[in-house]
Design a protein around this ligand. Structure first.
Ligand code: KG4
Ligand code: ZN
Length: 341
């Protein structure tokens, strides 16, 4: 039997300072997170300098708490996995430097993690799935469909040409004077509304997997400004239905590509991840849609789909098994495509 491996994961690429310890049996022994949302709120976006300073201030405490919760001491971990990119360079430097110092002083290997690859493989931590599978990543920052061919080999089938889907939810919510983040608010109101407004479905005639949300956003804005008496519930329901059609239409092409490439593998899996995947209307409809095309659908828990360090530690486990260690000289990369890992 293989020895159980325990990995410490550190994530500081954006505005969440996160630390986790995960073992090779898929146990999440600790998963600590400090969200900096409140500190960036007044600036209406993440301020890189503030983010880096907060990572510096919070990291040590989170690491101490993680070891306490896992009932482990520093010597019990097998390696330190840390996000080395892509992300805000200041934050990456803080996390990577901390991890390097720990690896050097403990005499443990360092593992450099691509943040997007960590998102892409989270479903292997939460479920027992094999390669290949399709990943539909829908969040506030990303909207992509990716062919997760095998470990280390990923092909982006399509991306958004403008806004991310979560961003579109947030912007429409703002037009309706709903609270931020808008996704959950729109979902709530939509439950009481009718799908009565036919907004355009962007790119519907294009045979590819790209997304475009800006036209839909403008259509919603025009509807709101042109009509004096609107029912917010109906706008939310109609917008949400349109988003469903957009995703289904793009997935249709992804299924075609995947089916053609892999023929009839006996189990076809679609993983839907990212903040928007928390939407129950989308979840139930996409599950039914994928099933009618022969795909099982997995929605990893929201807590592991949004930025966290458990995904970083888990990719650390996968890389440890393949002895993919980093040199202490490894540099952070603010840009680092999933296709280049
Ligand atoms: O993955 P995530 O937490 O972080 C970023 O990528 O920033 O995604 C956040 C996004 C926000 O735009 C939020 O409005 C959206 O996910 N979201 C939802 C729902 N819950 C969160 N969108 C639609 N329906 C929801 N229930
Ligand atoms: Zn992320």
């Amino acid at each position: 039997m293989d020895k159980k491996i325990r990995i410490l994961g550190i994530e500081t690429s954006c505005d969440e300072t996160a630390v986790a310890i995960v073992d090779s049996d898929k146990n999440i022994l600790a998963n600590e997170l400090y969200s900096q949302v409140a500190e960036h709120e007044e600036f209406k976006g993440v301020v890189p300098e503030i983010a880096a300073r907060l990572h510096m201030g919070k990291l040590e405490g989170l690491i101490e708490t993680a070891f306490k919760k896992a009932r482990l001491s520093l010597v019990d971990i097998d390696a330190i996995a840390v996000t080395a990119g892509p992300g805000l360079i200041g934050g990456l430097i803080v996390g990577l430097t901390y991890a390097k110092a720990m690896a050097f002083s403990l005499g443990k290997p360092l593992i450099a993690i691509n943040h997007l690859e960590a998102h892409a493989l989270t479903a292997r931590l939460t479920n027992n799935i094999e390669f290949p599978y399709l990943l539909c990543l829908v969040s506030g920052g990303h909207t992509q469909i990716i062919d997760i061919a095998e470990f280390g080999r990923y092909k982006i089938l399509g991306s958004t040409l403008d806004d991310a889907i979560g961003e579109a939810f947030d912007k429409v919510a703002k037009m309706l004077n709903l609270e931020y983040p808008g996704g959950p608010q729109i979902e709530k109101l939509a439950a009481f509304g009718k799908y009565s407004i036919k907004f355009p479905v962007p790119l519907i005639n294009q045979k590819n997997c790209n997304f475009s949300l800006s036209g839909l956003k403008t259509a919603v804005r025009n509807y709101i400004t042109k009509n004096k008496h609107i029912t917010k519930e109906d706008v939310c329901s109609s917008f949400q239905h349109t988003i469903l059609h957009v995703i289904q239409n793009r997935l249709l092409h992804a299924f075609e590509i995947f089916d053609q490439k892999y023929g009839n593998i006996h189990e076809k899996t679609l993983v839907v991840a990212g903040g928007v995947a928390a939407n129950k209307f989308l979840k139930s409809n996409l599950t039914g849609f994928a099933s009618s095309h022969g795909y099982n659908t997995i929605f990893p828990p929201a807590k592991l789909c949004t930025d966290n360090a458990a995904m970083v530690a888990w990719l650390g486990v996968e890389k440890f098994k393949k002895s993919e260690f980093a040199d202490l000289k490894v540099a952070p990369k603010s840009k680092w495509s999933l296709e280049e890992v």
